[in-house]
Design a protein around this ligand. Structure first.
Ligand code: PAJ
Length: 308
């Protein structure tokens, strides 16, 4: 595996690969790699001639300095994993080259970033959009893979790439979970054993809300109350948000439908975990062929929603 740190070197490498008629697949990460990252890398492996994985703990997307400083890092472990996955290039740009003196440009995606994590983490998505735009210019990939675990991030990147006409295809990958349902995350490493034990409640609350939806409950506030009650039943879990939103616009929905996504963020001590459930996928997994009779007859808006 080639390790590239220089930005010009990375650009030159990609130019040569693409000049030879080969495709470049890219997976941007902040390291401390786990099976969620591996799922993205394997998808990239299947669909690209050359796979580039970046590791860069991006300081500008952390709204709290201590969160940045305590973000877990394991360069040796990450390198071994990437070698094992047959990745051609590990790209590790240096912060002082990425953010050269005088850097003053910031990419802001309006609207999509006003709620959910965007509302709670000021500047977070500006940091994400700016670094992803910069990384795309450094790596010059044909395709890039992102996880649905960070659902809002995925939608923000899709919007940015479309709006800035960046010639790249963005591919979303379903969330990879631990056996007990906890969404894999580098931050899980910071949970105490006691916190780790209660962490499955996020997924359980989302699952209970999805079950209620399949059972015919579409009133978003009733669904949210059910989820909140489950989360509140666990000591040590503090809800940051629990919302039912439209999966494309990310605007709050008063009535859930198959375009909706339920998104949750919760604090376990000083660790903030996020998760979500895509109702269309739940529906597909449950049965093929349209809403159940119960869901149709019990819609909170009487069936007026054009997306239903
Ligand atoms: P990071 O948290 O390291 O995640 C890198 C990629 O892995 C993201 O696309 C994320 O959604 C995906 N991912 C994380 N956990 C996952 C899981 N359990 N299942 C599936 N995919 C998962 O997200 C970032 O880094 C940064 O914001 C970045 C995009 C690199 C910009 O700095």
């Amino acid at each position: 595996m080639k390790v590239i740190t220089g930005i010009r070197k990375m650009q030159e490498f990609s130019r040569q690969v693409r000049g030879a008629g080969l495709s470049v697949g890219f997976v941007p990460t902040m390291g401390y790699l786990h099976d969620g990252h591996v799922a993205l890398i394997r998808r990239a492996r299947e669909q690209s001639d050359v796979v580039v994985v970046s590791i860069f703990v991006n300081p500008t997307q952390f709204d709290r300095k201590d969160d940045f400083e305590r973000y877990p890092r394991d360069e040796q472990g990450d390198r071994a994993l990437l070698e094992h996955e047959g990745v051609e290039v590990l790209f590790m740009p240096k912060a002082d080259e990425v953010y050269a003196p005088g850097a003053a440009t910031c990419v802001r995606v309006e609207g999509l970033t006003s709620g959910l994590c965007g509302a709670r983490r000021p500047g977070h998505f500006e940091g994400v959009a700016t670094i992803v735009a910069a990384l795309l210019n450094m790596v010059g990939p044909d395709r890039v893979w992102f996880g649905e675990k960070d659902f809002q991030q995925l939608q923000v990147i899709r919007r940015m790439v479309a709006d800035l006409h960046i010639p790249v295809e963005i591919i979303g990958v379903e969330t990879v979970r631990e056996r007990d349902g906890v969404a894999m995350s580098s931050r899980n490493a910071r949970l105490t054993p006691e916190q780790r034990e209660v962490a499955p409640v996020l997924r359980q609350a989302l699952g209970a809300m999805a079950d209620a939806y399949l059972g015919g409950e579409t009133d978003a506030s009733k669904l949210a109350s059910r989820g909140r009650a489950m989360l509140a039943s666990q000591a040590g879990v503090r809800i940051d948000y629990l919302e039912i939103v439209d999966g494309i616009t990310l605007q709050p929905a008063s009535c859930a439908d198959d375009r909706s996504v339920i998104a949750v963020a919760a604090w376990l001590g000083d660790v903030r975990l996020i998760d979500n459930i895509v109702l269309a996928r739940v529906r597909d997994a449950h049965a093929s062929g349209g809403p159940t009779a119960a869901a149709r007859s019990n819609r909170c808006d009487g069936g007026a929603n054009p997306h239903a």
